[in-house]
Design a protein around this ligand. Sequence first.
Ligand code: FAD
Length: 394
Amino acid sequence: MCMTAYDVIVVGGGPAGLGFARALAGSGLRLAVVERSPRAALADPADDGREIALTHHSVATLRKLGAWDALHADEIAPLRAAHVFNGGSPFALSFDTAGSKAGAGPLGTMVPNHAIRRALFAATEGQDGLDLMTGVGVTGARANRAGASVTLDDGRVLTARLLVAADSRFSAIRDQLGIAARINRIGKSMMVCRVMHEADHDGIATEWFDHGQTIAMLPLSGRRSSAVLTLPCAEIDRLAALDADALGAELTRRFSGRLGAMRVLDRAHVYPLATTWSHHFAADGAALIGDAAVGMHPVTAHGFNLGLAGATRLADLIAAAAAKRRDIASPLLLRRYETAHRLQCRPLYDATAMIVGLYTAESPAARAARHVTLRAAARLPFLRQSVSRLLMQS
Ligand SMILES: Cc1cc2nc3c(=O)[nH]c(=O)nc-3n(C[C@H](O)[C@H](O)[C@H](O)COP(=O)(O)OP(=O)(O)OC[C@H]3O[C@@H](n4cnc5c(N)ncnc54)[C@H](O)[C@@H]3O)c2cc1C
């Protein structure tokens, strides 16, 4: 029978929620993770087309959490470098690890999102002290200095010392806690699908801010890439409805044949773009993690990485407090989590917003500004190395 009183209740069993729960293994705390999706969808998640560019720090964390070994070899691909193009110019700004401590190692590692979710579930399932409640949603949540409670859609009420919201960028729990957030609907959609192509990608990701479109090719194993195309929502919906042959021809044309002819390998997935920034990452008796705290634009590939870093940061503070028999939801602890995580996220959130603004504006002034910015950055190896380090570390 399920307990109804816990130390921590986590709403959401996505990567942030499961990563957080797994990081508390061995803490002796009683945890509940409540996830709306059925168990089978967590144990073997459907492919959602997303390829996650993991930083070295995230790979090390996934190893520590025991999730890395559950990935299959063909799900892991090295990201050796990234090239950024602007408009019709053949000039590319390159980011790699040359000159960094990592030497000639890769910039990052590509792994499909559904594989990471499967691996985190495998690592977490059966954990001592954890009730993983699936197929049930949270409809109501309250928290204050004395504790927290949630109401499930089957009528059950759970109580805990601390409530952790990991319920995505449109977090309903955040609203119920009275935490405001800046929500920016971008008016564009991102389409992702895997393609096979004639030429080798050499492990290099390409981000091309072309006139009227942004297209990226993320290197996967073999001569495969994840094609990532951003356009106004209606245009993406039209392309996603094309048959595989027509879509392959369209992507080949839109990428100017740089990797030769492309063949679409699976169905296209569409994500309407929205970024979110919560005004607080904690409240009395509660904390926000993952996209519920900060919903990044995917263009700089940081949402998952920041989510995992924040989840483990909060878990470490809680585990340390529990080991000393201190309050795991003390205002001081929650403030320490909030301050440190905001400091890590804010520069990346702002830099990403600036990049999106500069590289998607179509005025002649904006086009000239990005040309100048890329050329200037190329002449500043220190700047390129700093960005590379940023890409590798968070
Ligand atoms: C196209 C694309 C590409 C991306 N590429 C990258 C990348 O390269 N690198 C990177 O770092 N990040 C990337 N990201 C971002 C990354 O995928 C997200 O940051 C990450 O998945 C967020 O995880 P999460 O656990 O916070 O939220 P989610 O994955 O959204 O999980 C939230 C969970 O909460 C559950 N839930 C919600 N409400 C309730 C409720 N009331 N009761 C119970 N359960 C509930 C949901 O069912 C869901 O399972 C990309 C995103 C997109 C869209």
